[in-house]
Ligand binder design. Structure first.
Ligand SMILES: *[C@@H]1O[C@H](CO)[C@@H](O)[C@H](O)[C@H]1NC(C)=O
Ligand SMILES: *[C@@H]1O[C@H](CO)[C@@H](O)[C@H](O)[C@H]1NC(C)=O
Ligand SMILES: *[C@@H]1O[C@H](CO)[C@@H](O)[C@H](O)[C@H]1NC(C)=O
Ligand SMILES: *[C@@H]1O[C@H](CO)[C@@H](O)[C@H](O)[C@H]1NC(C)=O
Length: 647
């Protein structure tokens, strides 16, 4: 605490002169009439005398209140010390010096004040350009405040001035303040706020009577115009790198923080550096990155969305099957492992015409590679052959810098035509005689040109392959070649079939005409004239008796004609005519009838049935052998011949 000693020698020269003249009787007393004492300080009032060797002192106040100080007498001096000065010292003090019978008294007015500290400047918040702020200037522990004047200046401009003239209720130290609200402008940057307080007590002498505090105007600018630059692009290929630099304006210059926005909306701090480099980016690194410029007065954020995308391969075009004229086919275009699939568009072109397109705008719930496809069904026609089917996949990202931003696959269409109009031409005819050459020529339309397969239908219905030559040639048709022939036109799009029946006609041959038991018989015998044909189907047999008057057609039964009790007139020429479409064969014999000698057993000719149906041949042969033996005949029928014809 400052110690203030008020030691006053008003006129020391005079003192010495007086002393020299009269030592004993010329006592004088010295005391300053007025002193300013600050509350809390230590102050000493010194009452001094001259002209007395041993003066005695006493102190009192004018109204006889307590001294509130300590008195110390030292020789010709007496000191009243107030430690500390308080309001109770605000009095007029009287010092009385006594020298023998002489008594001198002097008064001193102690003026109390308090003005111990410089004003304080307080701000309601940081000074921001354009933002009102309240400035408070305050002076603590001031007394008497009715003498106080405060001024607040911004640079040289007075913002406000204030007196505190209200009456004081009691003696006390008070804190007085002045408030101003103002809005800083850019011009205020660098100026100072000045708070000046003056205690107007000119009548007393103390220092300082004026105090002031200057506060440099620290004007802030909240971060703004935060700007992010991204190199090379906000769209990255998987595995790529990106460098993002953020800048933000403000005063003081904002500090930059990079964060990533998490799915729950929170921010995950990544860096406190303005430049953020991310390498080996993966799909999961896609998302919103936030740069914040932060300073004392605020922050300003900017977001950037990074998309790590994958578009690694060309689309794959697939057909549901072979392209066949008129058959619906589904073409699918598949884009594998794409990200982000919600930016994907697939277009399908046939030639120059777009025939289908599809976007995949549905939300992606997770960051993953997806395979997307477009499907479209169309009916190809032969006109489509040679046209190009293009599947174009685009990732719609405008500022994309990597290549390719679109990928495509093409396929040249070839439309097949299933075999049709299969036709067979049989030359010379589908009915030919045995031994004739036959060409069966097959043709079939289709794309690609169908292959020809000739087969023959077996009796069990199966097909037996014969040839892949369009012309099936029989150089010499045999009876067994008769049957159903099948021509198939075959290509990858289908089969077309045509059947043709080939009929090989065989002229009657190997017919035999016999008389049984003999060509020479006796009158009254029973004779069987029998005509048999070879194994040729569909052959007519006509048995006749020739006569000059005309031929008589005999009522033969299956080629056999029986004459019971032959008469002489039955002798003559008998003829068998066997014929079909392919030809005719004649055989004849001459029956000789002799006059009757005796009667003989005869057999019943009805049992003998000979005709060309093979099923009856075996029993018939048995009969013939039996009758032949009985008739002592040999060789009319060769069993070997008979069995051959059966085959
Ligand atoms: C003070 O008193 C002493 C005696 O105690 C005396 O010798 C001296 O001269 C005095 N001084 C003054 C300045 O009067
Ligand atoms: C008394 O006061 C005077 C003047 O202040 C000083 O010079 C002197 O030394 C003092 N005497 C004593 C005994 O303190
Ligand atoms: C920011 O990064 C650059 C380059 O990596 C480096 O030179 C600088 O010191 C970093 N600054 C801070 C604040 O980390
Ligand atoms: C069958 O075809 C051949 C050649 O392909 C030909 O020489 C022959 O004359 C044809 N025969 C008939 C009967 O058409």
């Amino acid at each position: 605490m400052p110690r203030k000693m008020v030691v006053i020698f008003g006129a020391s020269n005079i003192l010495w002169m007086v002393f020299a003249v009269s030592q004993a009787s010329k006592m004088e007393i010295f005391l300053e009439p007025r002193v300013a004492a600050q509350i809390g300080d230590v102050i000493s009032l010194t009452c001094s005398t001259t002209g007395c060797e041993t003066p005695s002192f006493s102190w009192r106040t004018q109204i006889d209140s307590p001294l509130n100080g300590k008195v110390k007498n030292e020789g010709n001096n007496s000191t009243l010390t107030m430690d500390p000065v308080s309001f109770n010292n605000e009095h007029a003090y009287l010092c009385t010096a006594t020298c023998g019978s002489k008594k001198l008294e002097k008064g001193i007015q102690v003026e109390i004040y308090s003005f111990p500290k410089d004003p304080e400047i307080q701000l309601s918040g940081p000074l921001e350009v354009g933002k009102p702020v309240t400035v408070t200037c305050l002076v603590r522990d001031v007394y008497p405040f009715d003498r106080l004047e405060m001024n607040l200046l911004n640079g040289n401009d007075l913002l406000q001035s204030k007196d505190f003239l209200e009456p004081m209720e009691k003696k006390s130290l008070e804190t007085k303040s002045l408030e101003v609200t103002f809005t800083p402008t850019n011009e205020d940057i660098g100026k100072g706020l000045v708070c000046r307080a003056q205690l107007h007590m000119d009548e007393i002498d103390f220092e300082p009577k004026e105090r002031e505090t200057t506060k440099e105007l620290q004007v802030y600018i909240s971060p703004r115009n935060t700007f992010i630059s991204v190199t090379p692009s906000m769209r990255l290929q998987e595995g790529g790198s990106v460098t993002m630099t953020c800048a933000s304006e403000g005063l003081p210059p904002p500090q930059i923080f990079w964060s990533k926005k998490l799915d729950n909306g929170n921010l995950q701090l990544l860096s406190g550096n303005a430049t953020l480099t991310l390498i080996a980016m993966r799909l999961e690194d896609s998302g919103t990155y936030v740069c914040e410029g932060v300073n004392e007065v605020g922050k300003d954020g900017k977001e950037v969305e990074l998309i790590v995308q994958a578009f690694p391969r060309d689309p794959e075009v697939e057909m549901s099957g072979l392209l066949v004229d008129g058959n619906p086919v589904t073409v699918s275009c598949e884009v594998p492992n794409v990200y982000p699939s919600d930016r994907l568009e697939i277009e399908l072109f046939k030639g120059e015409t777009i025939i289908e397109s599809k976007s995949f705008l549905e939300d992606m719930d997770k960051k993953s590679l997806e395979t997307k496809s477009l499907e479209m069904t169309f009916i190809p026609t032969t006109e489509d052959t040679g046209k190009v089917l293009v599947c174009l996949a685009k990732l719609h990202i405008d500022e994309m810098e990597f290549e390719p931003k679109q990928r495509q696959s093409t396929q040249t269409l070839y439309v097949n035509v299933a075999p049709r109009d299969t036709t067979v031409v049989v030359s010379p005819s589908s009915i030919v005689e045995e031994g004739s050459p036959v060409n069966m020529t097959c043709s079939s339309d289709g794309l690609p040109a169908p292959n020809i397969l000739w087969s023959r239908r077996l009796s069990n219905g199966r097909l037996q392959s014969l040839s892949e030559d369009p012309i099936l040639t029989l150089t010499s048709a045999k009876m067994e070649d008769s049957g159903i022939y099948v021509c198939e036109g075959i290509n990858q799009a289908g089969i077309s079939r045509k059947e043709v029946e080939l009929i090989i006609q065989v002229a009657p041959k190997d017919i035999q005409l016999i008389a049984f038991p003999s060509e020479s018989v006796k009158e009254g015998d029973t004779v069987i004239i029998s005509c048999t044909c070879g194994n040729v189907p569909k052959t007519w047999i006509i048995l006749k008796k020739k006569a000059e008057t005309g031929d008589t057609v005999l009522k033969s039964r299956d080629g056999a004609y029986t004459i019971h009790k032959v008469q002489l007139e039955d002798a003559g020429v008998y003829e068998c005519e066997s014929k079909n479409e392919a030809g005719l064969q004649l055989r004849s014999l001459t029956l000789d009838v002799k006059g009757r000698e005796n009667n003989k057993d005869y057999f019943s000719p009805e049992l003998l049935v000979l005709y060309c149906a093979s099923s009856l041949i075996i029993p018939a042969i048995g009969m013939i052998i039996y009758f032949a033996r009985r008739a002592n005949m040999k060789g009319s029928y060769s069993l070997v011949e008979a069995q051959k014809s059966k085959v």
